[in-house]
Write a protein that binds this ligand. Structure first.
Ligand SMILES: Cc1cc2nc3c(=O)[nH]c(=O)nc-3n(C[C@H](O)[C@H](O)[C@H](O)COP(=O)(O)O)c2cc1C
Length: 396
């Protein structure tokens, strides 16, 4: 597990840093909080010390360590600043090092994750936007703020991302894959489709959409603009736009729209192979017949159809849930569907596939690469899949 410095600046969102701290410690990381002088007007150093792995530090001078900024800067794997005020962002961008937090950021080679928090007017100011661009150029990971309630009853852009979102940025940054999807348009499908039998019943499957959601989130953390076509409402995540669908037909239509011009398409949804030929317009009553026969017809193969319209240089990834002969089926699908990568999971394995938070997969690519990943969180599996894909982007 990693050594993390959590920098807390002087904004109302400082209270959310406490939840972030708890979640980082719960994930097994060793966390040292550093609170700015302004930050101490919003939360107490005592609160941070009590919850962190190490005592909260604040001063550049007068701490027990005579040179705290260089020692701290060298000892940590990652610095996460949340909330990052307009002031801190300006200091990091311009090399100002006049307090413990800014001096440590300057004196460190660790990865830096910055979660800005401020009122909409501050966020929109050209100075803040220019400074953020400088931070991106330096390789800092910026966690986009969201639209929502701000201080003093205001609502707008600039609300600090939720602790769970910042945690995911931290975990991805710690993996340090050296990959980026910045400027890429990514489309992910998620969830199981529902084929109507009548207005109240459907034929469905056990897909929860968790793997698709993890893929969408991790792609967004890596810098992509993501469109998530899903049958399960997933809640908001920065840079992920959700398109809610239900049946395979709706999913096909939405994906045809969304994938136009896409750089990377990941089909993680479990799409029904069949649909009811003639769904009833009214609820089928038990009294109407002792036996019910429902006639099914095949749905189109969505992935095969999308691949035909694929733009040059784009990468298409298919997912296959199998119960037997995983690799044989995966290899066959890799060839027949015309995709660049197939990811397969044996859904009969304990802790893998439908509804679980973990997964085990085999990844095959059409250039002959193969990898196996067992018992990882769906976010970690997503990072492995996207690392595989980004290698194909980098191919000459
Ligand atoms: C009530 C109050 C709330 C504030 N909230 C924010 C904020 O959310 N974001 C921000 O950039 N500055 C905010 N400020 C201004 C900062 O506290 C101020 O710029 C301070 O110098 C930042 O110091 P620091 O960057 O060292 O933490 C707020 C100030 C006050 C009085």
């Amino acid at each position: 597990m990693a050594k993390i410095l959590l920098g807390v600046g002087g904004g109302i969102a400082a209270y959310k840093a406490v939840y972030l701290l708890r979640s980082l410690v719960a994930s097994g990381h060793e966390v040292t909080p550093v609170l700015t002088e302004a930050g101490s007007h919003f939360i107490g150093a005592q609160t941070l010390s009590a919850l962190a792995s190490n005592p909260c530090l604040s001063g550049l001078f007068g701490e027990s360590d005579p040179i705290p900024h260089t020692h701290l800067g060298r000892s940590v794997d990652l610095i996460c600043v949340a909330p990052a005020t307009a002031d801190l962002i300006a200091k990091f961008a311009n090399g100002i090092a006049n307090d413990l937090l800014s001096a440590t950021v300057m004196a460190s080679r660790a990865k830096v994750v910055v979660a800005p928090a401020m009122h909409e007017e501050m966020w929109d100011s050209p100075a803040v936007q220019r400074n953020l661009q400088l931070l991106r150029d330096y390789g800092y990971l910026i966690v986009p703020p969201s639209y929502g309630p701000l201080a003093a009853g205001d609502v707008g852009r600039g609300r600090m991302a939720e602790p769970s979102v910042i945690s995911l940025y931290v975990e991805v940054a710690l993996e340090d894959r050296g990959i980026s999807l910045w400027g890429k348009k990514v489309v992910v499908s998620a969830g199981g489709t529902r084929e109507p039998i009548d207005p109240v019943r459907f034929i469905g499957n056990r897909s929860s959409g968790k793997q698709g959601l993890a893929l969408a989130k991790v792609a967004a953390v890596l810098g992509a603009e993501v469109s998530l076509v899903t049958t399960v409402a997933q809640g908001s995540f920065p840079s992920v736009t959700e398109v809610l669908v239900s049946s395979a037909k709706e999913m096909d239509e939405a994906l045809t729209n969304e994938t136009a011009g896409a750089d990377l398409v990941v089909m993680a949804a479990a799409v029904s192979d069949y649909r009811v030929k003639e769904p009833s317009r009214s609820k089928i009553k038990r009294e109407s017949a002792a036996e019910l026969n429902i006639s099914l017809e095949a749905n189109p193969d969505i992935l095969k159809g999308l691949v035909k319209a694929k733009k040059d240089g784009s990468i298409y990834i298919g997912f296959a849930a199998e119960t037997d002969d995983l690799e044989v089926n995966l290899r066959r699908k890799l060839e027949s569907k015309g995709v660049d990568i197939m990811v397969g999971n044996d859904v009969t394995r304990p802790g893998a596939g439908f509804e679980h938070d973990t997964n085990s997969v085999v990844i095959l690519s059409k250039d002959g690469q193969r990898a196996v990943f067992d018992d990882l969180s769906k976010e970690k599996i997503a990072l492995e899949v996207l690392t595989f894909a980004s290698r194909l982007f980098d191919r000459p």
